[in-house]
Design a protein around this ligand. Structure first.
Ligand SMILES: *[C@@H]1O[C@H](CO)[C@@H](O)[C@H](O)[C@H]1NC(C)=O
Ligand SMILES: *[C@@H]1O[C@H](CO)[C@@H](O)[C@H](O)[C@H]1NC(C)=O
Ligand SMILES: *[C@@H]1O[C@H](CO)[C@@H](O)[C@H](O)[C@H]1NC(C)=O
Ligand SMILES: *[C@@H]1O[C@H](CO)[C@@H](O)[C@H](O)[C@H]1NC(C)=O
Ligand SMILES: *[C@@H]1O[C@H](CO)[C@@H](O)[C@H](O)[C@H]1NC(C)=O
Ligand SMILES: *[C@@H]1O[C@H](CO)[C@@H](O)[C@H](O)[C@H]1NC(C)=O
Length: 229
């Protein structure tokens, strides 16, 4: 009887550990994708460690993030396969060098590896490594944000400031879906800099859906005009 009790206790304990383990990795708990593109000049101004003399003047991929409705910064760092460059075709690697460069430093592979570890592993049940990077490149290719803004006369400037809707509206018109803008505050000048443009996609990363601004972590400060440096 004592034997039975202790083995039962052991089972309960083992199950509890198993649950904790599953929950800490957040495996599989995502609802949709955020496809995040960054404006390299802002990234370089904030992080102050870009190795290239002049940052690229094109929006490039920051990442494809499986996200949870209740907490868009989750899940993260799930159990999954290890990143291997060899899993991606040589043709795709060439494409990613343009669409997904490491804007802060020289090593693109390290940037892709980091993105896979932190985000890609959490949607591996939907997208293999090859599919994850392939889809990301296709998303980048489907709309050229730099060009959409240029056509709306929104071009980089050290002085001109924009309202959130000035920037979001032409993107929404072109994509027919609501994007999300994220800003970074430049402490040196106390200005709000346009940093990221987010597209949202459904669970299968195929259909683009509207993003929502209601999340506390999302968006730029509504009261402040935005610089597109
Ligand atoms: C969102 O994440 C939490 C843990 O952070 C998880 O408990 C919950 O199941 C997730 N929601 C969905 C819809 O998967
Ligand atoms: C990046 O932007 C420059 C202009 O600023 C353009 O000449 C170049 O072709 C762009 N490169 C890519 C890969 O889009
Ligand atoms: C770039 O990063 C990858 C992945 O972390 C690493 O294997 C490789 O050695 C790095 N290359 C250089 C030139 O540092
Ligand atoms: C996107 O548009 C910009 C501005 O017109 C251009 O410099 C860049 O080469 C375009 N990128 C691609 C991949 O076509
Ligand atoms: C931008 O304008 C050019 C010239 O009118 C046009 O050819 C191009 O398709 C436009 N691009 C976008 C993304 O609207
Ligand atoms: C945003 O809200 C709309 C309308 O409620 C919904 O259809 C859509 O799925 C939401 N998107 C995200 C990313 O939460």
């Amino acid at each position: 009887m004592g034997m039975l009790k202790s083995s039962f206790a052991f089972l309960v304990l083992a199950f509890a550990f198993f649950l904790c383990f599953i929950m800490s990795t957040g495996d599989g708990f995502y609802d949709y994708f955020q496809f995040v593109q960054q404006w390299p000049p802002t990234t370089c101004r904030i992080r102050k460690k870009c190795s290239k003399p002049r940052p690229l003047q094109n929006f490039t991929i920051h990442g494809l993030w499986p996200s949870n409705y209740s907490n868009p910064t989750m899940p993260s760092k799930c159990l999954g396969s290890q990143f291997k460059k060899e899993n991606l075709s040589p043709k795709l690697l060439l494409k990613l060098k343009r669409s997904w460069p490491n804007v802060e430093g020289g090593n693109d592979t390290r940037f892709w590896e980091g993105g896979w570890k932190k985000h890609g592993t959490c949607s591996e049940q939907t997208l293999t490594q090859m599919q994850y990077f392939q889809r990301s490149h296709e998303m980048w290719n489907s709309f050229n944000i730099t060009e959409i803004l240029k056509n709306a006369s929104i071009v980089p400037s050290a002085t001109t400031k924009w309202k959130y809707s000035d920037i979001a509206t032409p993107i929404k018109t072109a994509t027919k879906r609501t994007p999300l803008l994220r800003c970074k505050r430049d402490p040196a000048t106390n200005t709000e800099l346009l940093h990221e443009v987010v597209f949202c996609y459904g669970y299968n990363a195929i259909k683009q859906i509207d993003c929502n601004r209601s999340y506390p972590t999302a968006g730029c400060n509504n009261q402040v005009d935005i610089l597109f440096p």
